[in-house]
Design a protein around this ligand. Structure first.
Ligand code: G6P
Length: 608
């Protein structure tokens, strides 16, 4: 989604702002822009398309300025055009503003402001903010911003500059994150730490309804009700190397290949093999409440929701705790029956997904215990939950989630194992699962070594327009995830189904043109899935099967096989998903798609 960068300090602002935008490209965007204060005036360039178009628009200009704001826009209100791109300037050109989020009461405000003589040029909701601030601005910019923001409904992360207040940037947030980086005689503000980390790792996180008056020496933070707030300086939990491609062609490929390490990091210091359990510090003091919950409601979106589905199998099978998995967007609006006996577990890589946040708040309002499973340290959901566990997967830049998914499942297993060992699971069974879990990083390496083999399958796959992904039990969510990866980045229409459901519809689609990807490892549903493979074979489908090493039966039926090492059934999703990630990646590259920034998608969806 939209990205924000602001700079004030001793260096020329423009290159820092443009470079910062490049660091935020991964979030997904369709236009960009920058505004600087130059000689009592606002210098502004913006355009539709990628940052390289903005660079062409800037055309080697070197405006003399040490203060500015910049933005990547992911269109919500109004098409992705140059006029709709941010920054927006007021009619008097006395204010420039960038905004993430949505102003819900923009049409009423727009009419009022038009009535007061303001002239609107864009179709955006954002533009009302700049006119509103201009309306209240006499000589105190922070006061004008505060007054304006108290009139708006919706979500915002904004930066505002004015030639009439040339030594400060005003930043404010409600719902859209802002991080303030404190450098040496310079301050950099970003919608995430990726825009800041190459300058400093010392940061302040703004909370909702807080406003910062930022200058080159740092920031003074007050609430929108004008109360001073003392903020702690925290350290960004990653460095520059972690957000670079490290020799890979794409972030997604880098992140796929990082998984042996990120899997290990998600278990490091946690997994207790001998006890068949895990120490998850973030849940200390909450285990009894979780264990005695009448049910666990897991909520999330996209890939995180798929991890939640695997969690349902894990918590029910191992710990015998009833689980429901809910799309956050549905849960938040359907007046769910939740009470103090429930536990809500929000799963989210970014910790910023708006629907997941709203679902969590809904659960909390109704008295449930709220837990979070997040990757981004210090993210909104990580802060708002009562307790939680970090993934420790490192920054995930590729829009299609890969390493965060496997880490989510690893953390869910450790959580389920710990709960199970407090209840029905014997130490022997717990130890067996924990030993197997500890071996997954190594086993995953052997799967990743089949990269070239999978690329060859992708060469054939890329010629098709549709695909089916089928799995059962623990691997049904993996079928959903494999199909999601394929459609997200290759734009091939792919559907995931529980394999047996194929007979209730999708079977009508099967002919020689239909690739069908089966998750067919040796587990308790193996015989059943072999029958489903036979059914597809009988109708001429092109079968690609992920099988257990040494399997001969499926080998005879399938056109292509990808082998994975033998693995405990409940841990298998962590391995079976890997070939599907690679298959999607290579198919997309062969089709010439923009793997790391697929069209229309955003890494972190901070609007409804
Ligand atoms: C977007 C991303 C997906 C992600 C989903 C949920 O759609 O493109 O990769 O799975 O949001 O994001 P979250 O950060 O909450 O896990």
């Amino acid at each position: 989604m939209c990205g924000i960068v602001g700079y004030i300090g001793k260096r020329p602002a423009l290159p820092i702002l443009v470079n910062g935008l490049k660091r935020l490209e991964y979030r997904g965007y369709d236009s960009s822009g920058v505004a600087l204060l130059v000689d009592d005036d606002i210098w502004c360039r913006k355009c539709k398309g990628k940052i390289k178009e903005l660079e062409l628009e800037i055309n080697d200009a070197q405006p003399n300025s040490n203060i500015g704001i910049s933005h990547t826009r992911w269109a919500t209100h109004g098409a992705p055009t140059t006029i709709n791109a941010h920054p927006h300037l007021g009619c008097k050109k006395s204010i420039a503003l960038v905004h993430n989020g949505i102003i819900e009461n923009y049409s009423i405000l727009r009419e009022q402001l038009k009535g007061q003589g303001h002239v609107f040029t864009s179709e955006t909701d954002t533009e009302v903010l700049v006119h509103l601030i201009e309306e209240f601005f006499t000589d105190d910019l922070p006061a004008a911003v505060r007054t304006a923001l108290n009139l708006v409904e919706g979500t915002f992360g904004i930066l505002v500059i004015s030639p009439e207040a040339p030594n400060l940037i005003v930043a404010a947030r409600r719902g859209s994150p802002l991080v303030i980086g404190l450098g040496e005689e310079e301050t950099i503000v970003g919608s995430d730490g990726a825009a800041i980390v190459e300058h400093t790792r010392n940061v302040i996180y703004l909370e909702d309804d807080e406003m910062a008056i930022v200058d080159s020496h740092g920031a003074v933070v007050r609430t929108l009700a004008d109360k001073k707030v003392l903020k702690a300086v925290e350290e960004l939990p990653f460095d520059l190397a972690q957000i670079q491609k490290g020799g890979y062609d794409h972030y997604m490929l880098k992140e796929i290949f990082e998984q042996p390490d990120t899997m290990f990091d998600s278990m490091r210091g946690r997994l207790q093999v001998e006890d068949g359990s895990a120490i998850l510090g973030g849940l200390t003091g909450y285990w009894e409440r979780v264990r005695s919950s009448s049910r666990l409601v897991i909520t999330g979106c996209g890939t995180s929701w798929h991890a939640g589905l695997i969690g349902e199998y894990l918590f029910e099978n191992l710990a015998r705790i009833p689980v429901e998995v809910e799309y956050a967007s549905e849960f938040r609006y359907r007046d769910p029956i939740v009470d103090k006996n429930d536990t809500i577990l929000a799963i989210t890589q970014s910790g910023e997904t708006l629907d997941t946040l709203a679902a969590l708040r809904e659960g909390r309002r109704k008295g449930a215990l709220t837990l979070g499973l997040c990757n981004v340290v210090g993210s909104t959901i990580a802060r708002e939950t009562e307790a939680g566990i970090y993934l420790h997967a490192g920054p995930e830049i590729g829009v299609a989630s890969t390493k965060a998914f496997t880490s989510q499942v690893i953390v869910l297993i450790q959580m389920a194992l710990s709960l199970a060992r407090m209840g029905p699971l014997s130490s022997e069974s717990g130890r067996r699962i924990a030993q197997e879990l500890a071996m997954l990083p190594e086993k995953s390496r052997s799967i990743l070594k089949q990269n070239d083999h999978i690329k060859k399958i992708a060469e054939k796959f890329a010629k098709h327009n549709n695909a089916l992904y089928l799995g059962r039990g623990y691997n049904y969510p993996v079928a959903l995830e494999g199909a999601l990866k394929m459609k997200e980045i290759s734009y091939i229409h792919a559907e995931g189904y529980p394999a047996a459901e194929m007979k209730h519809g999708p079977i009508a689609l099967i002919d020689e043109e239909m690739p069908v990807v089966f998750l067919a490892i040796k587990d308790s549903v193996y015989e059943k899935i072999v029958s489903n493979i036979e059914e597809v074979k009988a109708r001429g489908g092109w079968i690609i099967a992920v099988v257990t090493e040494g399997d001969t039966r499926v080998k005879e039926l399938a056109n292509e096989i990808i082998e994975i090492p033998p693995v405990e059934q409940c841990l298998s999703p962590i391995l079976t998903v890997l070939p599907l990630q690679l298959l999607a990646y290579h198919t997309a590259v062969l089709k010439g798609c923009h793997v790391d920034q697929p069209r229309n998608l955003a890494k972190s969806v901070t609007v409804e």
